[in-house]
Design a protein around this ligand. Sequence first.
Ligand code: PLP
Length: 380
Amino acid sequence: MKIPFNKVYFPAREDEYVLEALHSGAHCGNHAFCDKVIALMKSRYGFRNVFLTPSGTAALEMGAVLAGIGPGDEVILPSYTFSSTVNCVVLFGAKPVFCEVDPRTMNIDAGRIEALVTPRTKMIIPIDYAGVPCEIDAIMEIAERHGLIVMQDCAQSYGSVHKGKPCGSVPHLATFSFHETKNFSAGEGGALIVNVPEWDLRASFLQEKGTDRRLVLNGMKNKYSWVDKGSSYLMSDILAAMLFSQLEAEDEIREKRAKVTAAYLDVFGPYVRRGLVRVFEPAPYVTLNHHAFWTVFDTEENKRRFMALLREKEIYVYIGYLPLHSAPYGQKLGYRPEDLPLTEDLAARIVRMPFYTSLADEGLSYCMEHVQHALHTVYG
Ligand SMILES: Cc1ncc(COP(=O)(O)O)c(C=O)c1O
């Protein structure tokens, strides 16, 4: 049996919805299924304003433009993240300032952010690694003290909740990814959440190539024109139809994924208690969307042995992110591996386990049996 790292899940109605969108003849952005997705996201999680985008990457870029990030600005973010989190900083000429992670979650260590704030700091971009929420309330407090904007990269945390507040509902801006590797997939897709009412109109201009087309759609103008800078930050209605079928099945998807988390916790538990590996330690006040499962081994050598044993059985485990500060482009920008020793060390020992919704239905016991066997072979 082969256990891939990820697999897209099809709930019940995707064919029906995608065909409906196709035959509607209205395939571009902000049509019927986009409206349905936005309405569902708002009613389920109370998001103030949602803009569907072609990807999580595009949502981050749109957010950076909206926040006015530019040359001379500094943006604090973790180094342990995907390149898109930092690209939205460097693309607009600002300087990334990398912060260490909290080993309990691999999210930005909120306790180390304030020391990095300078008069040039403009924004903080925390992420929610593996769907585990960052300490957004502590981050917002720092931001308020220093007049900073917070854009939470929730690429992995759609449906997670922190202290009763859904991920994405608290900061000034938040972004989601609906890439095929995520819990809910449009193939490629994303969303920008705008929680500052004064930014709504400008966000609609940015999304529509810098035009006020939204005012025409709302019947407030006859003809639209170029009013601001912008790009094409829209999701096709056909992709929104695919996404809608999955968001409608959110409870079913979460339930299945929770089984996968529980199975991993069960099999890794004894090794965690023996102090040999670490797994995420979400705070008691968070609700997980069960996006992913990671484990940090005691040594790189044991990590390699564990991965090789599972790969032999066609169980596709992966390494985590390669830190950005020590990546080729990070070093070109002047950062050095020794700048963030904790991130560097943990990233060298982390493994991400196969995780997808239908693993709960097929392959879970096979996968766990071999994970158990590999752990026993490595540690006895
Ligand atoms: C933390 C993080 N940010 C941003 C992205 C980019 O999202 P997308 O692939 O939808 O552009 C990802 C995607 O994997 C991610 O994990």
